[in-house]
Design a protein. Structure first.
Length: 236
């Protein structure tokens, strides 16, 4: 069995989360949910989890980052930090799709009835979300619908409900679905799901064992859609 010490960075949402795992087991974690804190606390959290676990950065076997989709600024901070560590320590970089990590984390923590669709959602703007649909397969989660940016309405989720198994919606974009689907018993909206670097552990372990690493020089976050900068209108 391959024993790997992996540092995990999750910055795709308002939660800034840093975790350290060894052989797939969580050793230490630090996380906080607040707007615009990632740049201020991520280095401190890295130092803290390494110290708590009694490990040195040089002992790492790899660095894993949540690659997106998600917050443009948050992703830039997480990926830049991960790449900097990989360059400085000469360690491989693992990138995990944020929505896949969310689905893996939910399945690991709560489990779901067989066939139920797992629909992680990250808040975009207005009624738009980044989402995908996963289902539990023989060896883990399987992607049924690739990540997409989609504007929600009353019929958006109907294609994934035709099999009668239902959907579980969770993540920062799920709450805005409540007015649309609160009278749909086949749709469950979870309010207590928390984004965490711990959700990266299982997918990262698979990537490490299969030696699926990123090119540190050229790797970029998976934004899914172009960043649109807005500025306030000038007063007349």
């Amino acid at each position: 069995m391959i024993v790997a010490l992996i540092l995990h960075l999750e910055t795709a949402s308002p939660t800034c989360s840093v975790a350290l795992s060894e052989n797939g087991q969580l050793l230490a974690i630090r996380e906080q949910t607040a707007q615009n804190i990632h740049a201020r606390v991520i280095t401190l959290y890295i130092e803290t989890v390494m110290k708590e676990a009694g490990k040195q950065l040089e002992e790492l076997d790899a660095v894993c980052v949540s690659k997106g989709p998600g917050s443009y600024t948050g992703l830039r901070i997480g990926v830049s930090t991960a790449k900097g560590l990989c360059y400085a320590l000469d360690k491989p970089l693992i990138a995990v799709n944020t929505l896949e990590a969310m689905a893996s984390g939910l399945l690991r923590r709560h489990g779901t009835p067989p066939g139920t669709g797992l629909c992680p959602m990250l808040d975009a703007r207005r009624m738009e979300v980044f989402m995908a649909v996963y289902r539990k397969g023989p060896t883990g989660i399987e992607c049924e619908s690739e990540p997409q940016a989609i504007v929600l309405d009353e019929t958006t989720l109907d294609p994934w409900l035709a099999d009668g198994h239902g959907l579980v919606l969770f993540g920062t974009g799920a709450e805005k679905c409540r007015p649309l689907y609160e009278n749909r018993p086949e749709i469950k909206i979870m309010d207590d799901f928390k984004q965490s670097a711990a959700h990266l552990i299982e997918p990262a372990e698979r990537s490490y064992s299969q030696r699926r690493f990123e090119d540190v020089a050229y790797f970029e976050p998976f934004y899914l859609k172009d960043f649109i900068s807005t500025s306030p209108r000038a007063k007349k």
